[in-house]
Design a binder for this molecule. Structure first.
Ligand code: GLV
Length: 373
């Protein structure tokens, strides 16, 4: 394989390697895919205000998330069905995350069980949860995640119904005959072995059909009665919901538009981040996922108040291209890029990254210092 020099290059390799149906499922966003493009474009409109002549010979990127020390503010977002990308699936991702000393979030729609992922070795792991209509299933899943040593629940709150991904509809996204890991997925998630319907976007919408559409804030409270794990509310895009998340006992907020796969024409997460951070008033940490492909993106998110970021598609595409080695390389490239960005901006630790290190198009015009002629 030719030398990979950035995270984006894995996407084309994955596109060539994967069955079209699988690549499309991972890559696509909802409807017009405006938000999908905007998740990237919005980063490109934020510019740096670097500080010079700072001793940057030592750079510390370590941070603490929910009390867990990790080597960098870059973590792994939950993405579904990783064995479609590579036979090692979530197990490879878990090993790569541990090797990088960072956190992996396992999807509820994983093709490896919580126990299997735990057996890959030590590591700090979060479990992404969909709340299904059958609350016994949810309680069982949470209990299994706890027993397998998972440290937090990332509750996805933006999917009462699945967004409309047109490529999946065209492809009738499903595998036939059902491979064994899909059986694992179905039994892990919904304790059912019924074959998925193929009338719309197939497999994903079948599983999403088990999600409880009545889910509301009171269920966030209910979740706290069945687990003592901290709950991150994943899918917040407004100040109003950030306040409600804090009031309802969230331990943290993930600003996410579900990789632009749910409601199209919501803002890029990097655009929504600052209002959420302000509304959270420092009472809980705020994280971001969506469109992070460069160390510069990570720096921009931190400058806008994020405590860390999660990456999704880069993991899937690198996993498809090169298994565990690919995911390790993605994490290494982002780490190196963030370190370089910090050095070139004059920051030696994450707390030195401030709002004034960036300029956004929603900033008020800067008043220039008056010059004496
Ligand atoms: C799963 O969460 C998906 O977006 O398909």
């Amino acid at each position: 394989m030719e030398e990979i020099t950035n995270v984006m290059e894995y996407e084309e390799i994955a596109r060539q390697k994967l069955p079209k149906m699988v690549y499309d499922y991972y890559a696509s966003g909802a409807e017009d895919q405006w938000t999908l493009k905007e998740n990237r474009n919005a980063f490109s409109r934020i510019l740096f205000r670097p500080r010079i002549l700072v001793d940057v010979s030592n750079i510390d990127m370590t941070t603490t998330v929910l009390g867990f020390k990790i080597s960098m503010p870059i973590m792994i977002a939950p993405t579904a069905m990783q064995k479609m990308a590579h036979p090692d699936g979530e197990n490879a991702t878990a090993r790569a995350a541990s090797a990088a000393d960072t956190i992996m979030t396992l999807s509820s729609w994983a093709t490896s069980s919580v126990e299997e992922v735990a057996s890959t070795g030590p590591g700090i792991r979060f479990f992404q949860l969909y709340v299904y209509k059958d609350r016994n299933v949810v309680a069982q899943l949470v209990r299994r995640a706890e027993r397998a040593g998972f440290k937090a629940i990332a509750l996805t709150v933006d999917t009462p119904r699945l967004g409309r991904r047109e490529a999946d509809i065209k492809n009738r996204f499903v595998h036939e005959p059902l491979p064994r890991w899909i059986q694992t997925l179905l039994t892990t998630c919904v304790l059912s072995t019924e074959p998925p319907q193929t009338s719309d976007s197939g497999l994903a919408s079948y599983v999403a059909g088990q999600v409880d559409r009545t889910l509301s804030w009171k269920d966030v409270k209910w979740l706290q009665t069945i687990t003592s794990l901290p709950i991150l509310v994943k899918g917040v895009l407004t100040a109003e919901d950030a306040k409600l998340a804090v009031q309802n006992g969230a331990a943290g907020i993930i600003v996410s538009n579900h990789g632009a796969r749910q409601l199209d024409y919501v803002p890029a997460t990097i655009t929504a981040l600052e209002e959420v951070v302000k509304a959270a008033q420092g009472r809980v940490p705020v994280f971001l996922d969506g469109g992070v492909r460069r160390g510069t993106d990570v720096f921009k998110a931190l400058a806008l108040g994020a405590s860390g970021v999660f990456i999704g598609r880069p993991v899937l595409f690198s996993l498809a291209a090169d298994g565990e080695a690919g995911v390790r390389k993605v994490l290494q490239m982002l780490r190196d890029e963030l370190e370089l960005t910090m050095a070139l901006s004059g920051c030696t630790s994450l707390k030195e990254i401030t709002r004034s290190h960036i300029a956004t198009d929603w900033d008020p015009p800067r008043s220039l210092p008056s010059s004496k002629l």
